[in-house]
Design a protein around this ligand. Structure first.
Ligand SMILES: [Ca+2]
Ligand SMILES: [Ca+2]
Length: 413
């Protein structure tokens, strides 16, 4: 089945490429773009404990072709195959109904399979109203709640339907996604789903972006029903040399049968100088049981990806600037604390760091990113992150600092 799927996808991609070669010159109905990148990641001491080795290093690469077929003025089909892999990572190939064999994937007669990251049909009823069905990324606002995780070698997509309405002042999107279907081939528990409404407005020059939204993640698969209902708003705009961003999300989170009121606030103020540099300060806070939903996590709470937005608060001060037209630098300092001492702090994948304890201070993190536009086609990026554990982590994990480094070469075409 796996290989059959692989073959079908390969045939589709190959025929699209052949089609592209002929169509490119004479037709604007077919567009192809894409991205290619490889990244080395080194991670050491994520447990903050020097006596236990947890050093990891690997190279991951990701290739995407963004193919857009315009069948008519009204109908667009978007198809995005993705080839992603961790170099040399073994995979488990089924050799029976209930067993599998570990196989190498590099230097042997065995290839890594191709996936489809996005594939959808968009139908424009008119200039203002459209409908989308298929598999698609959701990127809203600053991706605090819904994001495609561009950093990831995989990325996040949703199987969904979406309605889009445009007005003079802004737009409105309504979407429904099946997150997990539990009764496909036989009767089963209910499904997991996400339903949302997201509206964006441009109000004035001082309020270039104003968004309001309501989201509901529904889990009908058990009687407890761990559901989250979120309402929020977001402002973002430049004002002369300044810029600001404010987002607040109010949630009703049902955990273990009880409804909890939760809140997230994220505020950022920036100042631009010499036309090419920016200083910024940010405050963030998320309550004890806050549900971060589907964010582009890497963008926030430190590049070392050690924390999730739940029972966490703190500050970030940052500098970003262009040393030359092609050389950029960014430097950020984060300070993390717990919002409530009745609950633990949570790692990037949502697991608790340890027991509650009595200490609030979690960690300090410094992130340095240097990026260099080598040519129109090629960008190099180096990242260095250092994380110093504070009292809470020292009590629960360890007291030694954590390091994360990466080197990435990428191209968008
Ligand atoms: Ca360690
Ligand atoms: Ca179903």
């Amino acid at each position: 089945m796996h290989h059959l799927r692989k073959s079908i996808i390969s045939i589709i991609v190959l025929s699209s490429c052949i089609l592209f070669n002929f169509a490119k010159a004479e037709s604007s109905n077919f567009q192809i773009k894409g991205s290619a990148r490889a990244r080395v990641e080194v991670r050491n001491n994520s447990d903050f404990n020097k006596n236990v080795s947890d050093y990891t290093d690997f190279t991951g690469s990701r290739f995407r072709l963004d193919m857009s077929f315009k069948q008519s003025e009204k109908t667009i089909v978007f198809f995005q195959p993705q080839f992603t892999k961790i170099w040399g990572q073994t995979e488990f190939v089924p050799n029976g109904t209930s067993s599998s064999t570990e196989k190498e994937t590099s230097g042997v007669l065995n290839d890594t399979s191709l996936d489809v990251h996005q594939a959808y049909l968009k139908y424009n009823f008119n200039d203002n109203f459209a409908f989308t069905a298929g598999r698609k990324e959701l990127n809203y606002g600053d991706q605090l709640l819904l994001g495609g995780v561009g950093w990831s070698n995989q990325g996040r997509s949703f199987d969904l339907i979406q309605f889009h309405q445009k007005w003079d002042l802004g737009s409105l999107e309504i979407m429904y996604s099946t997150l997990r279907d539990n009764n496909v081939s036989k009767a089963g528990a209910g499904d997991k789903s996400l339903i949302g409404i997201y509206s964006s407005f441009q109000i004035s020059d001082e309020i270039k972006e104003f968004d309001i939204y309501a989201l509901r993640k529904n889990d009908a698969s058990d009687m407890l029903g761990n559901n989250t209902t979120a309402y929020g708003f977001r402002f973002k705009s430049p004002i002369f040399d300044w810029d600001y961003r404010l987002e607040a999300t109010f949630e009703k989170v049902k955990v273990a049968g009880s409804d909890e009121d939760e809140l997230q606030v994220d505020v950022e103020l920036g100042y631009r100088f010499f036309g090419r540099h920016r200083l910024s300060i940010e405050y963030f806070s998320a309550s004890e049981n806050y549900d971060q939903l589907f964010p582009t996590g890497h963008k926030w709470l430190g590049y070392a990806d050690l924390f999730s937005r739940k029972n966490i608060k703190g500050f970030r001060v940052g500098f970003s600037g262009k040393v030359t037209d092609s050389f950029k630098i960014s430097l950020d300092h984060h300070q993390f604390e717990r919002t409530s001492n009745n609950a633990p702090s949570y790692n990037f994948s949502g697991a608790p760091y340890g027991t509650s304890g009595i200490q609030s201070a979690i960690a300090n993190e410094i992130d340095l990113v240097l990026s260099y536009l080598f040519s129109e086609e090629l960008t190099f990026e180096i990242g260095v992150s250092q994380v110093w554990p504070e009292e809470y982590l020292k009590d629960n994990s360890g007291s030694k600092q954590m390091q994360f480094y990466y080197f990435q070469a990428g191209s968008y075409f």
